[in-house]
Structures are given as C-alpha cells and as structure tokens.
Write a protein that binds this ligand. Sequence first.
Ligand SMILES: Cc1cc2nc3c(=O)[nH]c(=O)nc-3n(C[C@H](O)[C@H](O)[C@H](O)COP(=O)(O)OP(=O)(O)OC[C@H]3O[C@@H](n4cnc5c(N)ncnc54)[C@H](O)[C@@H]3O)c2cc1C
Length: 416
Amino acid sequence: MSISFEIPERILQERDMLKSVADGMMRPTSRYFDEHEHERPRDYMNFMWPILRDQQARAQQKTASDAPKREGPGIAYLRLVMLAEQLSWGDVGMYLCLPSPLLAGSAIEAVGTKEQKLKFLQRFAEGDEPRWGAMAMTEPGAGSDTSSLQTMAVLDPATNEWVLTGEKIFCTNGKLALEDSDGLAVVWATIDRSAGRAGMKPFIVPAGTPGVKIGKVEKKHGIRVSDTAAIVLDHARIPFDNILGSPDVVKKDGGTAGFKGLMSTFDASRPLVAATAIGVGRAALEFLKETLAQEGITIPYGKAKHELTAIERDVIEMEAQLKAAWLLTLRAATMLDQGIQNSLEASMAKAKAGKVTTLLTQKVVEILGPMGYSREWLAEKWMRDAKISDLYEGTGQINLLIVARRILGYSSKELQ
Ligand SMILES: Cc1cc2nc3c(=O)[nH]c(=O)nc-3n(C[C@H](O)[C@H](O)[C@H](O)COP(=O)(O)OP(=O)(O)OC[C@H]3O[C@@H](n4cnc5c(N)ncnc54)[C@H](O)[C@@H]3O)c2cc1C
C-alpha cells in the first residue's frame, strides 16, 4: 500500500470552513455547555444540520447510482478523519453532537446491503429538523466482553417482526436519536445465545418504536455536552427487514461470523475516534505553545536534546507523539479507502491516540500550573475530554490486546 501525504485541495478547503465553525461556534460556547450539562447547543446543531443533510443526500445518490466507481482509490474516510480532527479541536463533545448517523452510519455502511443503506440513511438526507443516529452495544454485563451480550431478538413468525428485549447503557446520542428527534439506533442483540458471537446481529430501531424507552442520562467527567443514555427495550417490535445483513447464524471461523459485523464497524469508527483524540491534543498543545510564547518562550527546534530546557523537551516530545498518532490514523483511514483490511491499524491508531492525548493534556495542565487547573482556561476541560478517547470504541487495553493478537497470530480465545 502507498500513502500520499498530499491532502486534496477540496478537503483542505472544507477543513478551513470547519475551522471557522470551531472558532466561531464551538470555542466560544465550550465552557458554557461544559457547565450546563444536558443543555443542547441548538444554534450549532441547527447550523450544521442542512450542511450534513445535503452531504448525506449526495452520498445517497451515489449509493443509488449503479455507475461504475471512479478510477483510483477514494478519499471518503481520509476526509472524515480530517474533519473529525478539526471539529474536535473546536470541542470534541460538540463534534459528537453533530446531527448525523455517526456510529449508526458506520454500522449501516459496514454491514447493511445497498437497499438497507438507501432505506435507513435516507432520514439523514431530508427534513428540516436535525436527526441523530446512535449505536447501542454496551450492556450492564457486556462492555469489553461483547460476547456476554444479553439483549435478545426473537422472531415472531405470526407478524414477521423481531421482538427485542434488553437494556443498553452508555449510548452516545441515545436520547437525541430515539427521543429528541426522528432518528434511529443500531442495537446489537443476539438471535441465538447458544451460537455465541455468531448469533450477534445489528438491528435498526427507529425513534418512536413502541417498547423503547430512554433510561438514565449520564452525568460525566468530560464531553459533558454529549448525550450518553441508557436504552430500555421491552418487547420492542421492529420489521423483519430491520436486521442488518443476513439473519442466518453462520458458525464460520470458530463461530464469529455475526461478530465480524461489529468488528467491521470498529474498523471504520476507531480511526475516527483516534482523530477526535488528536484534535483535543492539538488544541491543548497549541494553547500551551501560545501561552509559553507570551512568556517569551519559543521552542528552539533543531537543537540537540541536551541543550533544551525540560519544558522545551516536553513540548517537542508531545508534538512527536501526537504526530505519530496522526500518521497511524491517516494510515488506518487510507487503508479503508483503498479497501484493505485495517483492523490491526485501526486498533493501533486508536490505542496510540487515546493514550497520547490523555497524557499530553495532563502534561499541558501541569506545565500551565494553577491556571491550567483553573476553569478560566479550557486546558483542564481538554484534560477531562481527552480521557474518553481511551475508553470507548474499545478501551486502550482492549485495543492493545487486539494489536497483540493480530501481530502474534493468536485468536481471542488464545489471548484474553
Ligand atoms: C461517554 C461514553 C460513551 C459511550 N458510548 C457508547 C456507545 O455509543 N455505544 C456503546 O455501545 N458503548 C458506548 N460506551 C461504552 C464503552 O464502549 C464501554 O464502556 C467500554 O467498551 C468498556 O466496557 P466496560 O464499561 O464494560 O468496561 P470493562 O470491560 O468492565 O473494563 C473495565 C476495565 O478493565 C479493562 N479490561 C477489560 N477486559 C480486559 C482484558 N481482557 N485485558 C485487559 N484489560 C481489560 C478495561 O480496559 C477497563 O480498563 C460509552 C462509554 C462512555 C463512558
């Protein structure tokens, strides 16, 4: 595989446009929404909706058209990670509130048929009111260990409907998708517990489905503007065709065929989460450098290490780590664009970016001293916001485990 480091002009232009959104709409309200958890950034949401809706409409047209694909590799994921990084530089919690399919979109794109993509993503391509998508996998007894999933989907042959029962927790945009808009959630459930991972399937649960209720909405340490909700499914009925992919339980490769859908979703979403982490890290690092410059400290690049002060060394080290995480992220996204299996690289990027940004933002607060810890500046908020990128979409430990398994050639049973 070859990676070009030339970023196409139209992505750069789009990134400039989003920089003005980040400067004008995100940064000025970042502190307010951090301190008023569960209030919605309506102006930003309403501003972004028509832009994202029209982009989705163009994507729908492309999916619908049977015209042959353009020559050469695409840049769709490269574009998405660049934009996620830029908006997360503005405010990562607000990035997560973008009225869009978000993780549901990754799942539908990864597992759905062409007809399902056209049908289920259409609601994000039309209408005046913003809509959100969510993906609900995590349960009280199933987080890292997704194979312990308990939510059941039972087919009712009399009505040809799936009947879903169970509880999902910590679902990003769960309330926005299912209660506050005409959105949808992709809910993972098992159709055959005895089949283990092969029985796990994703189902489209639209807003307004009887038997679906929003439970607790979390109060959080960081990304406080982002909605994180529990979803209770009590005999929720959805049409048969709302199962994404095949309803067959195929026990291929030691029984993981159903589970592969979840992994393909993560292959697409982990580079994005890595990009959001890098956006937060860049925000903190740039702020640190600007603050140091005001104190007359500029970083003397090119000097030998022993000639640098401790702070100069820290800044250069942080920049190098962040750049390494960014390059891993670009590689994982580019592989997706080129249709190359990227599970290893997606987990590498996510593990690296989550850890780098967590440590980097702590260091920035440390160097800034008491003002870094004060709520007057955003540095302490970035430190809180950073930690989530090391937790969701597979914790840092789980992603390192995946990296180790892939490199050493062990199965998930052999290396736990
Ligand atoms: C703000 C927020 C938003 C979220 N959004 C979503 C969402 O939209 N959809 C969704 O489905 N989920 C979501 N989650 C859930 C998230 O993905 C899980 O919390 C995460 O996967 C960890 O699972 P767990 O909470 O059960 O932790 P556990 O699996 O119980 O892990 C606890 C600790 O043990 C470690 N650990 C576990 N197993 C191993 C192992 N084999 N080896 C080494 N260490 C291990 C973990 O790394 C972690 O440090 C969200 C969580 C948060 C906090």
